[in-house]
Design a protein around this ligand. Structure first.
Ligand SMILES: Nc1ncnc2c1ncn2[C@@H]1O[C@H](COP(=O)(O)OP(=O)(O)OP(=O)(O)O)[C@@H](O)[C@H]1O
Length: 265
């Protein structure tokens, strides 16, 4: 569990209602600096909505969120980003007709408290943020390509680049490997480990359990807007409620083998 002194993010009893539907229904989560926390759960469990509420994309209905010494409950996404929180999206969101570099420039600009209006002008420090992010994810050689031409892997890398260009203290990744093949999944895994190596705190949502469980130091499983499990990665497949509502027996068996082989290695 997290040490009180190191807590970077603290969500308490967060509720998000859409009409009569409680998409997030009393979620609490503490994340310590340097942790990788994984969130899983069936489709429609409320995982993305929980990210949306934390990152200020949509206002919460009830509860409170503290981040890095600030009460961020009710703040907008730009202000929250400027305080050091960045995210990627499940869909490959990008400005299709802009180049890779221009897309990251937009993110860099969004993350800066001091913006130069009018127009999207970046000073030398902001330029450096964009170039660093490009290099970090390995997209520097494609910086001048139009995003519309990029394959799925590069689009995923682009979103991560945009997020880290804002120099966040915490990074939220929403299904960073959805739609990728095994080699590509491994590449993103390496990238997340590289970020962790640099001290980044990460919260990630993923259905690819191998990815989720290998990277996370702690895992939460959501169902109907609620947390139904919180524990170590190797405990997930042991939990009867998680197996019944999410994993199924086939995945449970595969995951048990995965951890047994890991222990032998
Ligand atoms: N803007 C919205 N308006 C109304 N209902 C919404 C809205 N956004 C999400 N929901 C509903 O909230 C519930 C949770 O959706 P959410 O996308 O957060 O789930 P999820 O766990 O991320 O699912 P997935 O794994 O499929 O991405 C769903 O029933 C969804 O239809």
């Amino acid at each position: 569990m997290t040490d009180e002194k190191q807590v970077l993010l603290n969500c308490e009893n967060v509720v998000k209602r859409y009409g009569s539907l409680a998409a997030v229904d009393g979620m609490s989560l503490s994340v310590a600096a340097g942790e990788i926390v994984g969130i899983g759960g069936p489709n429609g469990a409320g995982k993305t909505t929980f990210f949306d509420v934390i990152t200020g994309i949509t206002p919460l209905t009830e509860g409170s969120i503290a981040f890095d010494g600030h009460d961020i409950t009710g703040l907008g996404a730009d202000r929250i980003c400027q305080l050091g929180m960045a995210r990627t999206f499940q869909l490959n969101a990008a400005f299709e007709s802009l180049t890779v570099r221009e897309n990251i420039d937009v993110a860099t600009y969004f993350g800066r408290a001091k913006r130069t209006f009018p127009g999207l002008r970046l000073g030398p420090e902001a330029r450096e943020q964009t170039e660093e992010a490009l290099a970090f994810v390995g997209l520097a050689a494609k910086a001048d390509q139009t995003v519309g031409q990029l394959p799925v892997l590069d689009r995923k890398l682009l979103m991560i680049a945009g997020a880290i260009a804002t120099r966040p203290k915490i990074l939220f990744l929403d299904e960073p490997v959805g739609g990728l093949n095994t080699t590509e999944i491994d590449l993103i895994m390496e990238l997340v480990l590289k970020l962790k190596g640099e001290g980044m705190t990460v919260v990630l949502i993923e259905h690819v359990m191998r990815f989720l469980l290998a990277l996370s130091s702690r895992v939460l499983i959501m169902h109907h807007g609620k947390k139904i499990f919180e524990g170590l990665p190797n405990q997930v497949a042991e939990d009867p409620v998680v197996v019944a509502t999410y994993l199924g027996e086939g995945t449970q068996k595969r995951l048990k083998t995965f951890f047994a082989e890991g222990e032998q290695a």
